[in-house]
Design a protein around this ligand. Structure first.
Ligand code: ADP
Length: 607
């Protein structure tokens, strides 16, 4: 089946570079060939109104916003909802819906063209008491996409008209971007200008450079911590005021931007940037980023034969990472992942309805380049050839202590092997390969469970055991990817479910609930989560009678007294909503699967 061509970068700010057009087409055709749900179904409800807002007030508010932004820049969300796919994603709802498709929806979408227009939207929201929800590109797939937490919020889609690379400074090796600049767009511009820099991108290149950093996403070059490598922000506060952080707070000469805005992060006084990440305290309209100088690089793969090697591998990584011998944040994946990154459906490997049994994974992996192994490590070293050779000698020697480990370079595996796409991502080239595992199930969607543990075998094993047991209990294949740094590791599992099946959704939601609770009872917490689980995760950070949440609420209420900006994001509810039934705790997510609203009963939020 040939589907309609996905948009290219020359057609749309959110499109794919022409170098990837054929790959994108192939990925789309393959995904759509497994789709059994219709493109859209008729809406059950009309426009989902903001809470506590009558249709008359809403219509009046929309008319007034249209006057400020232009009629065409405020669009009602009243058409059938289309989930689309990664490159043609909706800004109307969560394409990977867990609860009803019409639950995490906006009432309308506003498209500002400038910071001034963002300020106008914020003032408008305060006037009408209508919640707004800013997104940059909305490709936060697995964490809620572009959906607002409060149904009926107005999504502020910043990316469509604010997508300029405002500055690239070759001397300072930095850039300043607006929300709609994707990794694809930044990479292509740097290539076009033949600048000697790399960017750092996550597994998929279509996300917003700014949006991903604000949500504290990660990539895989030595500059993989995106928020740590930003420098300077311009933010519209919930009262409409404009703020520059860092050195940007000091006016440059004759009204120019401060010359050290992208050079020195903290400036003077409290370092405030952090409170604008994973929060609902402001709308980020510009952000500076440091770029990495291009360098030699060598990606490689190591395999380990036994499931029980897990703790020894983690123990071997720790000193290497702490001494700075590992070039980037390497990934350690269970061999089950080798099956799903081929892009072949689960049915190709196993016909049963239950999770693939370990012996079947073993048999199938034996036919793949990785062979019959249990864990696969993907790393990259940087520098000139001589230094890479020295680094690799040390690394090979450290891992050789684990019996049966094997080392592979890209030349040792076929051209379509995943290692080649790792080599691109780990040298700052944004690609699309990671979409492949969405072919695992028909209508595949996914949730991430992303706890942090110390880089210590014992801790990693506790979280792994919880995952093994609970994935089995709820009938899901376990796909762990561990991003291992010197002192902590992100243990990320990818829960893949069929979005046409309420039963799978309910089980996926129950699995998330239990994973969050059990990990927390052992002292491990998530670094990021889907919108629907934000309340549960936020409440696990409860030390000293929820001191951290009370602190966040104090800031929220001071900055946003009317509670208009992204209420509920990261579990932070403004006073107006707090304790009134909005929080999704206990089994409320799984109970909402299949139709029940996530809004409190007494809010007149449906027409
Ligand atoms: P991406 O396309 O990179 O995944 P998103 O636009 O989906 O990024 O952003 C991820 C999340 O971060 C959004 O859901 C939103 O809550 C928040 N966010 C994104 N951009 C901004 C911004 N410019 N200002 C404030 N919050 C933002």
């Amino acid at each position: 089946m040939k589907t309609q061509a996905p948009p290219t970068l020359s057609e749309s700010y959110s499109g794919v570079p022409s170098r990837l057009a054929a790959i994108a087409q192939e990925a789309k055709d393959r995904l759509y060939s497994h789709k059994t749900v219709p493109e859209s179904v008729p809406r059950q409800h009309n426009v989902r109104l903001p809470p506590d807002t009558s249709r008359e007030t809403f219509d009046e508010a929309v008319a007034s916003l249209r006057q400020a932004l232009g009629h065409e820049n405020v669009v009602l969300n009243d058409k059938p909802l289309v989930d689309g796919w990664y490159l043609e994603h909706p800004n109307t709802h969560d394409a990977f819906h867990v609860v009803d498709q019409e639950e995490l929806v906006c009432s309308a979408i506003a498209y500002p063209a400038s910071t001034t227009e963002v300020q106008a939207i914020v003032k408008w929201a305060n006037n009408y008491g209508i919640p707004i929800y800013p997104i940059s590109m909305g490709r936060n797939v697995g964490y809620g996409g572009s959906a607002p937490r409060v149904p009926g919020s107005v999504v502020v889609d910043l990316g469509k008209r604010m997508n300029k690379i405002l500055k690239t400074d070759a001397d300072n090796a930095s850039c300043v971007v607006e929300p709609g600049v994707s990794y694809f767009a930044l990479y292509e511009e740097i290539q076009r200008r033949k600048l000697p820099f790399w960017i750092d991108c996550p597994d998929l290149g279509g996300g917003s450079v700014l949006g991903n950093a604000v949500d504290r996403g990660v990539g895989y070059t030595p500059m993989g911590d995106h928020f740590a490598n930003h420098c300077g922000m311009e933010i519209v506060l919930p009262n409409g005021e404009l703020l520059r952080t860092g050195m940007g707070a000091l006016p440059g000469k004759n009204g120019a931007d401060n010359p050290t805005w992208q050079s020195f992060q903290p400036a003077y006084g409290p370092y405030s940037d952090g409170i604008f990440s994973q929060s609902n305290f402001g709308i980020v309209c510009q952000m500076g980023f440091w770029l990495m100088h291009e360098t030699g690089h060598q990606s490689y793969m190591l395999t380990f034969p036994r499931d029980e090697d897990f703790t020894d591998i983690v123990e071997a990584i720790r000193p290497l990472a702490q001494k700075g011998l590992l070039g980037n944040i390497p990934q350690l994946r269970h061999v089950a992942q080798e099956l799903n990154v081929t892009g072949l459906p689960k049915s190709h490997w196993y016909s049963g309805p239950d999770p693939i049994p370990r012996d079947v994974i073993r048999k199938q992996a034996a036919q793949l380049p990785c062979g019959d192994c249990s864990w696969v490590f993907y790393g990259t070293q940087y520098g000139d050839a001589a230094s890479i050779k020295t680094q690799l000698d040390i690394i090979k020697s450290a891992f050789s202590k684990i019996k049966g480990s094997k080392f592979y370079l890209p030349n040792d595996v076929p051209p379509d092997h995943y290692l080649h796409s790792r080599a691109l991502v780990c040298s700052g080239v944004p690609v699309l390969r990671e979409l492949d595992w969405l072919n695992w199930k028909p209508n595949a969607a996914h949730l991430f469970f992303s706890p942090i543990t110390p880089t210590r075998g014992e801790d990693a094993q506790i979280v792994h055991n919880i995952n093994v047991r609970l994935h089995k209990k709820y009938g899901f294949d376990l796909f762990p990817t561990l991003c291992v740094a010197g002192r902590e590791m992100h243990y990320i599992t990818n829960i893949i479910y069929d979005r046409s099946s309420d039963d799978e959704k309910r089980r996926a939601a129950a699995l998330m609930r239990e994973l969050i609770a059990e990990a927390a009872s052992e002292g491990y917490g998530e670094y990021r989560t889907h919108l629907l689980f934000a309340d549960q995760v936020a409440r696990t950070y409860s030390w000293n009678n929820n001191a951290l949440m009370r602190f966040n609420e104090t800031i929220k209420d001071a900055l946003d007294p009317n509670g208009i900006l992204a209420p509920g994001r990261n579990g932070i509810w403004p006073k107006k909503y707090r304790g009134k039934g909005w929080e999704l705790l206990g089994d409320s997510v799984e109970k909402a699967v299949g139709g029940r609203t996530i809004s409190p009963d007494k809010v007149p939020s449906k027409l």
